[in-house]
Structure formats: C-alpha cells, structure tokens
Design a protein around this ligand. Sequence first.
Ligand SMILES: O=c1ccn([C@H]2C[C@H](O)[C@@H](COP(=O)(O)OP(=O)(O)OP(=O)(O)O)O2)c(=O)[nH]1
Ligand SMILES: [Mg+2]
Length: 149
Amino acid sequence: MTVTVQIQRLTHAADLPLPAYQSADAAGFDLQAAVESDLVLAPGARALVPTGLSMAIPRGFEGQVRPRSGLAAKNGVTVLNTPGTIDADYRGEVKVILINLGHDPFTISRGMRIAQMLIAPVQQAVLVDVDSLEATARGAGGFGSTGTA
Ligand SMILES: O=c1ccn([C@H]2C[C@H](O)[C@@H](COP(=O)(O)OP(=O)(O)OP(=O)(O)O)O2)c(=O)[nH]1
Ligand SMILES: [Mg+2]
C-alpha cells in the first residue's frame, strides 16, 4: 500500500533537501537538523532540534521519531523520547529531542541527519468504562511473574 505524506519545508529549511529513504527498503527516512549554526551538546545535555519540516500524515498513521544507530553506537547520542510520536493532525514543525549520553561533546551541524522517521499505522480504540474485566490465566501477574529464565 502506498502512503503519501505531504512535507512542507519551512523557510529556515528551504535550502535543505527533502528527506528521502536511503535504500530501496529502508524503514525510515532521515531527519536533518535545521539549526542555523552549530549546536554543541555537552555530555548529559539534551536539545530540541528543529527539522524545518511540517507534514500532513494521513489519518490512521503516525510518524515515529527514532534514533540513528550510528549516532548511538559511535557517539552515545539518541532520541530521548524514542519513539517520538507525530500525530496525523499535527501541523507544527517536527522537532527531535536529542540527548548526549556519551562522554564527549557532540556537535550538531546544519543538515546533519540526526534521527529517522517511520510512518506506521495506528488505530484509535473505542474506550469503554467498565466495573470489572474478563478473567484470564495471567490475571494480575506481571513484572517477571512468569519467571526470569
Ligand atoms: O519527538 C517529538 C514528539 C512530538 N512532536 C510533536 C508532534 C506531536 O503531534 C506533538 C505532540 O507530541 P506528544 O503528544 O508526544 O507530546 P505532549 O507532551 O503530549 O504534547 P501535546 O499536549 O501537544 O499532545 O508534538 C515532535 O515534534 N517531536
Ligand atoms: Mg500528547
């Protein structure tokens, strides 16, 4: 099934290329930093990084903002709220909450691919108020109740 996502490059990203899938079957397309100048993330620091993009994701889908593995493995830089949720009805600028969990300062430069976005199906549930729930074998057991091996 083909899903179309309209992407608007905002004025501060007009010179940046439209995001693109980097391989034939890539799950995500990379998001670029639309920072005006270099932004240095100190170890332990986080930043709300602009992408310069607004988008119209079709109803029934969401955008998921996920880390890039290379940044995580090499620099300890990841997406704090991964997967960030981009609602289908959100029309503001997509921003990426990056955090530096590494030991060295990390410099984010304009156009750097800082995260990736997946377009995934979502379903809104009908939320029903009840007084009791159907019994199951698991019941209320959780948090390792089935054992650790
Ligand atoms: O990494 C993210 C996560 C969210 N958003 C935008 C799109 C999303 O539709 C909106 C709201 O996100 P979310 O529901 O996760 O945040 P909230 O704190 O619950 O804000 P709100 O009260 O606006 O829903 O913020 C981003 O740009 N980047
Ligand atoms: Mg919300």
